[in-house]
Design a protein around this ligand. Structure first.
Ligand SMILES: NC(=O)c1ccc[n+]([C@@H]2O[C@H](COP(=O)([O-])OP(=O)(O)OC[C@H]3O[C@@H](n4cnc5c(N)ncnc54)[C@H](OP(=O)(O)O)[C@@H]3O)[C@@H](O)[C@H]2O)c1
Length: 311
């Protein structure tokens, strides 16, 4: 099969399911049955793109759950995974760019996913234990071997993407991007647009903040990563909640939810190919998936809000 030169050739839905929360690490536990139900709901509501990683779960729980959920439906799914981040024996998250380790982790990912190949394989994050060009050549080899249809990078700077591109073609750049966190607009987004690389936005709901469900007095349990996040602490927390109220007013006028408005904004940005929406319950992905069907009609409203946006 021909190697795609753009992400659109993979045919991904603009709302994708981010499968990190299904491992039960980001914001507390989730049962296997709930996780499988989330994936089924995603596929049943028009989401065809599932995004996971070798590191999503201390023992690859996210990849295993995906395999279980898509058994018999593999042909319906544009499957992405990532290598380059792993849990070490002490339970700490580590980065690696070593080709032999990346290959070993990817082979383990394929076993967990019960598939011979994925549609998209990302280098998860820059690492200091190997030259980036060497890591990139491993991805080029995996592409040539047909173990992945296309390659993506994640969390790389523009200079790092240029180094990677010199060794291996890639079609996707996965980075944080949402209404509140727009750092990529300075250089990464323009670079991707200029080089025909699709931006795949992670945390489009700012870890749930942009659903509008939190109040200032919300107390996150100890196993919830949001407890430590700068988005949810101090003055930024107050400012972010005020911004959510501005979105809520537009959402109310538009007849959609705050979450749908936030995701619709993200996928309407030129250069963005998809938003990876995390979900822990079927109704959550059912709600956010609707953003891809209503995006067009909201763009004018969202732009008007943006023009008056307070910094
Ligand atoms: N490449 C990378 O380095 C990287 C880094 C981070 C994430 N990612 C990818 O991006 C995906 C998305 O990131 P994320 O899951 O951390 O953040 P997110 O999509 O911004 O937020 C997801 C969380 O928001 C809550 N939520 C979602 N939909 C909701 C709804 N309709 N109503 C109310 N609450 C809702 C859920 O948590 P609660 O129910 O607990 O509130 C859910 O787990 C990940 O799954 C992963 O695939 C990649």
């Amino acid at each position: 099969m021909k190697t795609p030169t753009t992400i659109s050739e993979l045919g991904i839905s603009p709302v994708a399911l981010g499968c990190w929360p299904l491992a039960g690490i980001t914001s507390g536990a989730i049962t296997e049955e709930q996780a499988v139900a989330v994936i089924h709901t995603a596929l049943d509501t028009g989401v065809n793109h599932l995004d996971t990683a070798y590191a999503y779960g201390r023992d690859g729980e996210s990849e295993r759950l995906i395999a279980r959920a898509i058994s018999g439906r593999r042909g319906q799914v544009v499957l992405a995974t990532k290598v380059g981040v792993y849990w070490d024996e002490s339970g700490a998250l580590k980065l690696t760019g070593k080709p032999d380790l990346l290959r070993r982790h990817f082979e383990e990912s394929l076993r967990r996913l019960e598939t011979d190949a994925v549609e998209l394989l990302y280098f998860h994050a820059p690492a200091e234990d190997a030259p980036l060009a060497e890591s990139a050549r491993l991805f080029r080899d995996l592409l040539a071997e047909g173990k992945t249809r296309a390659v993506g990078v994640s969390n790389l700077s523009v200079a790092q993407m240029e180094t990677f591109a010199a060794e291996c073609p890639f079609v996707a750049c996965q980075v944080r991007y949402n209404w509140l966190q727009r750092e990529i607009e300075a250089d990464i987004l323009p670079w991707c647009r200029a080089h025909n690389v699709g931006v795949v936005a992670y945390e489009p709901l700012a870890m749930g903040l942009l659903t509008g469900k939190f109040t200032r007095d919300h107390v996150f349990p100890p196993d919830d990563w949001r407890r430590q996040s700068p988005l949810f602490t101090g003055e930024a927390w107050t400012r972010n909640l005020a911004e959510v109220e501005r979105l809520r007013a537009v959402a109310a006028r538009s007849g959609c939810s705050v979450a749908q408005l936030a995701v619709a904004w993200t996928i309407s940005r030129p250069g963005v190919a998809a938003a990876l929406c995390g979900a822990k319950r079927p109704d959550q992905i059912r709600e956010t998936a609707r953003a891809m069907f209503i995006a067009e009609s909201f763009i004018a409203q969202i732009e008007a809000l943006e023009n008056g946006k307070l910094q």
